[in-house]
Design a binder for this molecule. Structure first.
Ligand code: NAD
Length: 510
């Protein structure tokens, strides 16, 4: 087995043997060309060069995928749950066996440093599939203590065809977050990866086939959002959309879903408040704040993109924070020494850089970066230097999601001001509190309006712990048992166990 992923120039939309992936659509267990023959160029963000060309699904292809899924649903949902779990375990094992290959593919396509793809993206994907594999036969119902003479039990039933729309920042990991609970609960899936980073998902499609999943249970249709994504969101036979992406697209999806009133789960943008109090372990907080914003070049919805510092420690903290940020090694993502790679697309880099200008226009002060690196070796990739900007809480850089290696620093004088600042954006996803005062930590964790709060840590995720947000960060949860609720319908069954005419049905009673 060749585990070296190499760059192959222009490729027709079929098997790209250099990368060991099929570049066509995965529908009903087969790799097929798009009906209209459309293709998408997939670029290497580290060089700007073409990696390969993949088939682009349009509405007609999405329709085929949905009907394949519909056909697969009865047998899949009636299969013993433990058997569904066994297939998910098998998939997890195959992913683990292909760790190096998948890590290289993910880094090539997204720009994630290979060290992170190896130690985080792939192992987390495996762990998440295993978690839901084990969950498959533990999705229990309940019995409700209703009045004598009746038995009332509640079962959790799969929804049917689920559409899953994925962004470009963690494509491999998101396959497990979305496919894991959907499949464990007995649903069938049509997944649309991002047009920018579809490669690891296409490789997962092959492993799904190899694992022995029945045809049509999982269908993968890379394509543009305004065609394939839009069709999936409005499709009358899709019962639910699970969407991760920007708040604006989330709104479009809700609008498109009204035809059949499908269920929607939204994981949208964020503007994570990372708050450091005067009693924090400063060195731990500096390291945590670096990870919070610069991991994956800041392209994370939970990034700690607002760094709030108590005024008494702000200068000391910033000296250490800036000094450490200067040591981050930018480079080719495939180099094991690289700590920060390029942003995933050129368009996105342009957006991120525009915020440096916006910050200055609003009176902000750039403390580090704000531009591209001078290194000749990096000039063709979509790189941005780690950027630290001092700003005011209502400045655009402190309110809008930049989604890059760009942190807005603010100072506060007491807990009340820190909390007000933290709760001042329209988002509510991730947050961090650095303090040695337990009472303060738990009190603020209760008051901060977010879906996730880390105390003396940042950006921890685990397949058992629910992930999602409030406000314009979306609704519904991924992972944990919460996600099973989101992928099932509760059915309440009433049984008359007295075999008599129940009193409320006797004539003359009401
Ligand atoms: P995006 O909204 O542009 O695209 C996300 C997906 O939606 C892509 O697959 C795209 O093709 C598709 N899409 C675009 N327009 C569509 C339409 N009209 N109908 C249906 N589908 C459509 O987002 P992005 O730029 O790929 O990702 C970055 C965003 O994702 C950021 O805002 C980030 O915060 C968010 N994000 C959120 C989470 C979370 O869990 N809350 C996680 C990761 C990323």
């Amino acid at each position: 087995m060749n585990t070296q992923v190499s760059i192959e120039g222009s490729a027709a939309p079929e098997k790209n043997s250099a990368m060991n992936i099929n570049t066509q659509l995965f529908i009903n267990g087969e790799f097929v060309a798009a009906k209209n023959g459309g293709t998408i160029d997939v670029l290497n963000p580290a060089t700007g060069e073409l990696i390969t060309r993949i088939a682009a699904a349009e509405a007609e292809d999405v329709d085929l995928a949905v009907s394949a899924a519909q056909k697969a649903f009865p047998a899949w949902s009636e299969m013993p749950a433990a058997e569904r779990g066994r297939l998910l375990f098998k998939l997890a094992d195959l992913i683990e066996e292909h760790t190096e290959e998948l890590a290289q593919l993910e880094s090539l396509d997204t720009g994630h440093p290979i060290r992170d793809s190896r130690r985080l993206d792939v192992p987390r994907t495996v762990a998440c599939f295993r978690y839901f594999a084990g969950m498959a036969d533990k999705i229990e119902g309940s019995v409700i203590p209703v009045e004598q003479g009746f038995l009332n039990y509640v079962t959790r039933e799969p929804i049917g065809v689920v559409g899953q729309i994925v962004p470009w920042n963690f494509p491999l990991m998101f396959t497990s977050w979305k496919l894991g609970p959907a499949l464990a609960a007995g649903n069938v899936v049509v997944m649309k990866p991002s047009e920018i980073t579809p490669l690891s998902t296409l490789r997962i499609a092959e492993l799904i086939k190899q694992a022995g999943f029945p045809d049509g249970v999982v269908n993968i249709v890379p394509g543009y959002g305004y065609t394939a994504g839009q069709r999936l969101a409005e499709h009358p036979d899709v019962g639910k959309i699970s969407f991760t992406g920007s708040t604006q697209t989330g709104r479009n999806i809700v609008n498109a879903s009204t035809g059949n009133l499908k269920r929607i789960q939204l994981e949208l943008g964020g503007k994570g408040a990372n708050i450091v109090f005067e009693d924090a372990n400063i060195d731990a907080a500096v390291n945590g704040a670096i990870w919070a914003i610069f991991h994956n070049q800041g392209q994370a919805c939970i990034a700690g993109s607002r760094l709030m510092l108590h005024e008494s420690i702000a200068d000391q903290f910033l000296d250490k924070f800036i000094a450490l940020a200067k040591t981050i090694r930018l480079g080719n993502p495939m180099d094991a020494n690289t700590e920060m790679g390029p942003l995933t697309s050129e368009l996105h880099r342009t957006k991120v850089l525009s915020y440096a200008k916006i910050a200055v226009e609003q009176g902000g002060k750039i403390l580090l970066g704000g531009t591209v690196p001078e290194d000749e070796n990096l000039k063709n990739g979509f790189y941005v230097l780690p950027t630290i900007v001092e700003a005011k809480p209502m400045d655009r850089v402190a309110q809008e999601e930049v989604f890059g290696p760009f942190v807005a620093v603010m100072r506060f004088k007491d807990d009340a001001e820190a909390l007000a600042m933290a709760n001042s954006t329209e988002y509510g996803l991730g947050s961090g509190l650095w303090t040695s005062n337990l009472q303060r930590a738990h009190s603020l964790a209760r008051k901060i309006k977010v879906g996730m709060c880390w105390i003396n840590s940042y950006k921890r995720v685990n397949p058992g712990s629910p992930f999602g947000g409030v406000g314009k960060s979306g609704y519904g949860r991924e992972m944990g048992f919460e996600s099973i609720h989101d992928y099932t319908e509760a059915k309440s069954v009433w049984v008359n166990i007295d075999a008599k005419i129940p009193p409320h049905l006797e004539r003359g009673t009401s």
